[in-house]
Design a protein around this ligand. Structure first.
Ligand SMILES: [Zn+2]
Length: 261
């Protein structure tokens, strides 16, 4: 598989284990200095002059958040050098395709969770659970959210990750192998364990559990199938759920319009 710019950089630097991804050293290698200070209204920013840059990171944020912010700003440094950007370094999440923030996020994900190190470790996980996500997140010093998106997008498990807030779905990511007809519901189903985590006091569910597909998918035939769901609280009013498809019939593309001669 072709390497991305960030992955090539890591390989040039001889990075062969997750623990060797030293973002300050990588920034220094790219002529960017990292400084930590209180920032209001944003997590990080980058100011460049010619070939040199200073990355400022909010010193009140957690360690993994800081790492993501530095990697995100290095994404701007790589892709948007010389352009004026109002940066909103946020946690990793799917965004509109054309946004420069998404481009910087993509670079950050490749730097923090490079496929050539991530996939071999992810393949060792037998089941997609938050325990598996947590182990990978620890290995790479990345957030649960970023790691769960990366894991789903790695296409090793037939699964989606869906994020909810009090007003409904905020974003989702889907394994490429899953037919696109399976689109997650906007609102949480009151029968789902995700609902009880989102609106209750629990921090999450310990194991994936079975639930009818209609609780998660907005499609007429969803109630014919069962899926697995597991939910984890990621903020005071935010939850992330892993939805795994276990019924092979759900993986079939629709026979019909596209195959009719
Ligand atoms: Zn940005």
């Amino acid at each position: 598989m072709a390497l991305t710019a960030a992955e090539r950089l890591l390989q040039d630097l001889g990075v062969s284990e997750p623990g060797e991804i030293d973002l300050e050293a990588i920034a220094y290698h790219l002529n960017a200095i990292v400084q930590y200070k209180p920032l209001d209204g944003c997590e990080a920013r980058i100011v460049g002059a010619g070939e040199r840059a200073i990355i400022s990171v909010n010193n009140r944020s957690g360690w993994r958040r800081k790492r993501f912010s530095i990697a995100h700003e290095l994404g701007h440094w790589h892709h948007h050098k010389g352009k004026r950007l109002v940066c909103r370094a946020d946690d990793y999440r799917p965004r509109e395709e054309t946004s420069p923030e998404r481009v910087a996020d993509g670079y950050a994900a490749d730097l923090l969770l490079p496929h050539y190190l991530f996939k071999p470790l992810a393949r060792q996980q037998k089941r997609l659970t938050f325990k598996a996500v947590g182990e990978l997140a620890d290995a790479f010093s990345a957030s649960i959210t970023a790691t769960s998106i990366r894991l789903v997008e790695a296409d090793l498990f037939p699964a989606l990750v869906v994020c909810h807030g009090p007003n409904g779905r905020k974003w989702f990511a889907r394994a490429p192998m899953i037919p696109r007809k399976w689109f997650p519901q906007t609102a949480l189903d009151a029968e789902s364990t995700a609902f009880s985590v989102q609106f209750g006091r629990q921090d999450g569910t310990a194991n994936p559990s079975k639930i009818g597909g209609a609780a998660w998918f907005d499609r007429y035939d969803a109630d014919r199938y069962e899926v697995l769901e597991q939910t984890l609280r990621t903020g005071p009013d935010e939850t992330v759920s892993l939805i795994t498809i276990t019924d092979e019939r759900m993986m079939e593309d629709d026979v019909g319009s596209s195959r009719r001669w």
